[in-house]
Design a protein around this ligand. Sequence first.
Ligand SMILES: Cc1ncc(COP(=O)(O)O)c(C=O)c1O
Length: 367
Amino acid sequence: MRVSKNIEELIPYQPGKPIKEVERELGVKECIKLASNENPFGTSPKALQAVTALLSNANRYPEGGCFYLKQKLAKYLGVAENSLVFGNGSNEIIELLIRTFVQPGEEVLYFDPSFAVYPIIAKAADRDFRGVPLRKDTFEMNPDDLLAAIQPQTKVIFLTTPNNPVGNYIPRADLEKIILGTPQHIIIAVDEAYIEYATEPECQSVIDLVATHENVIVLRTFSKAYGLSGYRIGYSVSSPQVADYLNRVRQPFNVNLLAQTAAEAALDDDEFLAVTLNGNSAGMNCITNHLRELGISWVPSQANFILIDARGNGADVFQGLLREGVIVRHIPHPMIRDYIRVTIGTAAENKTFLTKFEQVLRTLGRL
Ligand SMILES: Cc1ncc(COP(=O)(O)O)c(C=O)c1O
């Protein structure tokens, strides 16, 4: 069977290991998963109720353009309805952006490391891609480095803030500098998958800049703070023109009925969002306080995960934790090889992680 060179060479995205797989393969019981930046506090009860009520209506296709959700979200965000596009997760919007706007010979640009999906989708579409390295040691996403990297063939720039897998962010002033310094034919996609968790005043959404900058598009998701990872729904806010092009390319019923319904109900569930955000702050404090006591460093995070110093190759700590039934993430990128990325869990999960982490570090002679 013949495929094109880019597909032959494509290394697919490696998701966090599923709990059942680890339990099956390693024979461990009651595994906890802190590997995919999911919401450990469950799903909004309102979303659950709404979805349960329509389970028997799935013989009909869903609203093609998420009509009711679009109305509701537009009001919620204070944006025009024709600026919104919905996707099967924000992953789909990333794919739509690359397929819609990047022609052969043009390239996708992003800070490196950031979300691994950007280069994978570019590669799958046989488009060029290039990472602008984060500043060494500080992991800063420096605006001048990015602006200097722009080339005539650059077409879409992804800016991830807060940044996965590091947890840091691009301050508002730096985002404005990048937006103002970028030629207007280049699409700037600001990926705000974790923005709801941010507490630093300078870690801000740029949705307000979409109205005045036709080339700026903000990507958001219901997978994280809204707890709907399994339903698969995300969206973008952009100029109506960009939204129109994306809507032409997307499949007619790309967001399923349950996802649309769950998202609509989740927008009404302030209580669940508050439980999530408060739980995340408490968990972040618990973990960082404990790390401080142990003398272990970490990268300050504005998200629902944290990059922790593994005091040597993080792969060993990842494996050690796996054997103890704790699934975290080691990202095989040279800049963060000696770290593990850990999703903030429930209070009990955080406690288990800290106990096992300390144990694994001692076993490895790193503590
Ligand atoms: C930075 C970033 N963007 C986008 C996504 C994709 O989210 P989803 O497709 O679930 O909406 C993720 C998920 O981990 C992410 O970390």
